[in-house]
Design a protein. Structure first.
Length: 617
């Protein structure tokens, strides 16, 4: 291979999805490529290309426009390494115009030749036929499946997960005996034993399929329907090994052997849900804690829990809900301690979580956002009680690692410690007479949930608020304007706009420029439709198919939200493993080229929906 061809192959091989192809296939592709020069202002396709082709930009820049009416709409630009697929078919080519912004060098290959060379790799051609939204959806479907089979269970022994003792039945027992024992124990399987040796396993499916459906008498021996020669795993093997055996053999139950004896039983459910049980265990410890110091000690487990759940392949949604639940448990225990010290509250109240905790989207190392709604029966002298209550709880949360809110969105602030009437007045002002600046600072209060106390206090306030927000175009317009202040960091050249200075130089802020815009959009859709839920994914699911949001747009935003949170969680995992505090500042260089393309797809989804809001309001 000559130097020029080798250089071309190295360049192409580094671009998704060509980077997924074997070297011999890439070699065939580059040998079919032609070089095209396009002068500034000239349109594509070049004159020398007379077939439907794919273009890879080597040097220069291209602008592309949507042809709509008399005035073409500028959509963006292609830069070095970008792939232009506008000219795959005549219909699409008629909808867009692509022109060189400066003198440009392109590599071109006939679409038909490309299909022929990669015929045995259908996923390659599918990449080009899919939209950004479809590619992102495929990535998230893959991530969901990957969470089950590619998690880091190799770090734990199977004995960390199994149940013991194992429920068994004698080989000479009848099927009816087996069914009765399974019903009494509420178990879905029994190991069949011949003296001390396991000889088979019988499940409730075996009884349905091999006995009832086959018309077999229940007086027959259980060995007639059992699965003989059962697979087992040694207790010294990893949990990942157990999961691989069960998934490859389509097993749900796997006996565990130690020193030749049956000692336990592990299930797929045990392996996948174990981390959730750890979160429940931590919540149980919290409920039994006797002091703030004890709670602070327990809270030190939270970063490790997030690390373990991430390693085990838990979804970002699962991790965030677990962390939020633990924060709620800490808050509830602190409130209980405060009431033990101060006595019962003089009037009913509701302790509220706001922001990410309310939405069940909190990760470790978060700050605290909270407030109080107090019954209208409150008297002036009662404020001392609630101030002391708020101080005890907020100080306790700070001791547990939840730093004080920099904006003072806490119940210790009298502004956010109000009666029902006070909160009604707030929402009336925000909705009926929206001031952009005031609304920007108060949007967090449209995401509230009761952690402890009288839930009716918040629900009554929320119900009246939602009646006002529906069909209130002025309020929604102001909320939309504020939401559009956070834009995904994509430049004209479809590349990332990075932070230019400071300690986070050359990174992206995943939280504020990726996740927060979706949270804002979901809030707008929910308030427009009178949806009371505050969790972002739930809001999008409920808003999908309404006049505010099409079902396909809802699905696309859900994929983008889950992908960005997955990246954020994996980034924070690396932070914490390195002994650093978790943050949201991701360097695109830390991602593979394909993941960077998926990230661009996610940002494109956000930009599309933001542009739709901007054109509406």
């Amino acid at each position: 291979m000559d130097n020029e061809l080798a250089e071309l192959m190295a360049f192409v091989k580094d671009i998704p999805p060509f980077d997924t192809l074997p070297n011999d296939v890439v070699n065939q592709i580059v040998r079919e490529m032609s070089i095209c020069y396009v002068r500034q202002s000239e349109q594509l396709p070049p004159a020398q290309v007379d077939t439907r082709s794919l273009f890879i930009l080597r040097k220069g820049a291209l602008s592309y426009y949507a042809i709509a009416g008399d005035m073409p709409e500028f959509l963006g630009m292609y830069g070095e390494g970008d792939i232009c697929t506008v000219f795959f078919d005549d219909q699409e080519a008629a909808m867009y115009r692509v022109a060189a912004t400066e003198d440009t060098l392109l590599y071109a290959i006939s679409w038909q030749q490309l299909l022929t060379i990669t015929a045995s790799i259908p996923a390659f051609a599918a990449f080009f036929k899919q939209s950004a939204e479809e590619r992102l959806n495929q990535r998230m479907e893959h991530a969901t499946a990957e969470a089950v089979v590619a998690s880091s269970l190799s770090n734990a022994l199977v004995t960390d997960f199994y149940h013991t003792p194992v429920s068994t039945i004698a080989v000479d027992a009848t099927i009816v005996d087996c069914a009765k024992k399974m019903s009494a124990l509420r178990h879905s399987c029994l190991v069949v034993m011949e003296k001390t040796t396991p000889v088979g396993i019988v499940t409730d499916k075996d009884i349905r399929r091999r006995c009832v459906a086959a018309g077999l008498a229940t007086s027959e021996l259980v060995k007639t329907i059992m699965t003989p020669d059962i697979l087992s795993i040694d207790g010294k093997m990893s949990a990942y090994d157990a999961l691989m055996i069960m998934t490859s053999k389509h097993l749900h139950h796997l006996p565990v052997m130690e020193f030749g004896e049956l000692t336990g039983m592990v299930t797929v459910t045990d392996l996948i849900n174990q981390e959730g049980h750890n979160a429940i265990h931590i919540a149980s410890l919290i409920s039994k804690a006797k002091s703030v110091e004890a709670l602070a000690t327990i809270s030190k487990m939270l970063p490790q829990l997030q690390v373990r759940m991430t390693k085990l392949g838990s979804s970002a949604d699962h991790v965030a809900k677990s962390m939020s639940a633990i924060t709620a448990a800490l808050t509830t225990r602190l409130l209980s301690m405060a009431e033990d010290i101060q006595g019962p509250p003089p009037v009913p109240y509701a302790w509220l979580a706001a922001g990410s905790q309310a939405r069940q989207e909190q990760l470790s190392n978060s700050d605290q956002d909270n407030a109080l709604i107090i019954s209208d029966e409150m008297q002036p002298e009662h404020d001392y009680y609630f101030y002391d209550l708020a101080t005890f709880v907020c100080d306790g949360l700070a001791a547990c690692g939840f730093v004080y809110c920099p904006g003072e969105v806490m119940a210790t602030n009298p502004k956010w410690r109000k009666t029902q009437k006070g909160w009604h007045k707030y929402f009336q002002q925000w909705v009926d007479k929206p001031d952009p600046k005031a609304l920007m600072h108060s949007s967090i209060f449209f995401d509230l949930v009761t952690v402890h106390g009288d839930e009716n206090l918040l629900e009554e306030v929320r119900g009246r608020m939602l009646q006002k927000t529906q069909n209130n175009t002025l309020f929604i317009a102001h909320l939309t304007r504020n939401a559009l202040s956070l834009r995904p960091p994509l430049g004209f050249f479809r590349d990332f706009v990075l932070i230019s200075e400071g300690e986070n130089k050359a990174t992206l802020d995943l939280k504020h420029n990726g996740i927060a815009p979706i949270v804002d959009l979901a809030r707008i859709y929910a308030l427009s439709e009178g949806i009371s839920e505050v969790n972002t994914l739930t809001r999008l699911k409920l808003a999908g198919g309404t006049k505010s949001l099409t079902q396909s747009s809802a699905d696309n935003l859900i994929d983008a939200f889950e992908f960005l949170n997955m990246l954020r969680m994996e980034h924070q995992l690396k932070n914490m493993i390195a002994g650093n505090k978790a943050n949201n500042f991701l360097s695109p260089k830390s991602l593979s080229k394909l993941e960077r393309e998926h990230l661009k797809d996610a940002f494109k989804v956000i930009k599309t929906l933001q542009d739709a809001r901007q054109s509406t309001y």
